[in-house]
Write a protein that binds this ligand. Structure first.
Ligand code: CMP
Ligand code: CMP
Length: 246
């Protein structure tokens, strides 16, 4: 969420943040109540649950790890809390009040979510994702621009990002035994690459080179693992394709 802020805006947010203890078992947010703040988990672990119609027990939606934000929906859309969030161990959270959120974070974050939402909805690999989790991707992506001939990824280098093509064309090439380069893949809008090294903890297996002006949306390693974790199986299955193009 705070990715969308500039330095000054970030400073205002930092000054407004209050640290709050949440001993194990505390419900920091209760579904159905009114909300007047959002939170970031500093340390500990939280569980998010929601009551669905026709069910007697709440459904577990997700666990939060330090660095993740929550409780923004009630402020963004002026609606009751959509889920309950409880500390599973002694935890510390940062609390950001509604006024600072509304004046500083809301517009910037909403603009960023809106800007990328249509594109993220159109990316085939993301179709299997829950709409809420996809909106969190909108917060986390970073836009990077490349020109024809630029190396977006270099074969053999260490890996820290995952990429989706938002505009333009690119190719993947692999070095052959005789030293030549062979094209193994072509990328257009909606394609993704750079997942392999992050999933298997290896160096980059191919180079990816821009064939026009290219705009990529990228995710850094931890965000990729956290937000695209549910797609792990699909991503790994798709990697089988690479065996055909050595
Ligand atoms: P808010 O509705 O303010 O309070 C509950 C929070 O749970 C919500 O904001 C989100 O930050 C978080 N949450 C996590 N997963 C979901 C989900 N699938 N649907 C709705 N809220 C969710
Ligand atoms: P990664 O190894 O992280 O970086 C290079 C990327 O090129 C790789 O992830 C894949 O996303 C992509 N790629 C395309 N074709 C191949 C291939 N035949 N072998 C390996 N990687 C490929």
């Amino acid at each position: 969420m705070f990715n969308a802020l500039d330095e000054n805006e970030l400073q205002v947010v930092i000054n407004a943040i209050e640290e709050v203890d949440a001993p194990a078992g505390t419900a920091i947010i209760t579904e159905g109540e009114a909300g007047d703040c959002m939170y970031v988990l500093e340390s500990g672990s939280l569980l998010c649950t929601k009551m669905f119609k026709g069910k007697s027990e709440p459904t577990k939606l997700k666990e939060y790890v330090p660095g993740e934000g929550f409780g923004e929906l009630a402020l963004l859309y002026n609606c009751p809390r959509a889920a309950t969030i409880t500390a599973t161990v002694d935890s510390k959270v940062w609390r950001l009040d509604r006024d600072t959120f509304n004046h500083i974070v809301k517009d910037a974050a909403q603009r960023k979510r809106d800007k990328y939402d249509a594109f993220l909805q159109s990316v085939p690999i993301l179709q299997a994702m829950d709409a809420y989790e996809r909106s969190k991707l909108g917060d986390a992506v970073q836009e990077e621009k490349f020109s024809t001939g630029d190396y977006i990824i270099k074969q053999g280098s260490s890996a820290d990002r995952f990429y989706m093509v938002s505009e333009g064309r690119a190719i993947a090439t692999k070095k052959q035994a005789d030293g030549s380069q062979k094209q193994v893949m072509e990328y257009v809008k909606g394609s993704y690459f750079g997942e392999r090294a992050l999933l298997v903890n290896e160096v980059r297996a191919a180079s990816v080179i821009a064939q026009s002006d290219v705009i990529c949306l990228s995710l850094e390693r931890d965000t990729f693992k956290r937000l695209l974790g549910p797609l792990d199986e699909i991503l790994k299955r798709n990697m089988e394709e690479y065996k055909k193009f050595a």
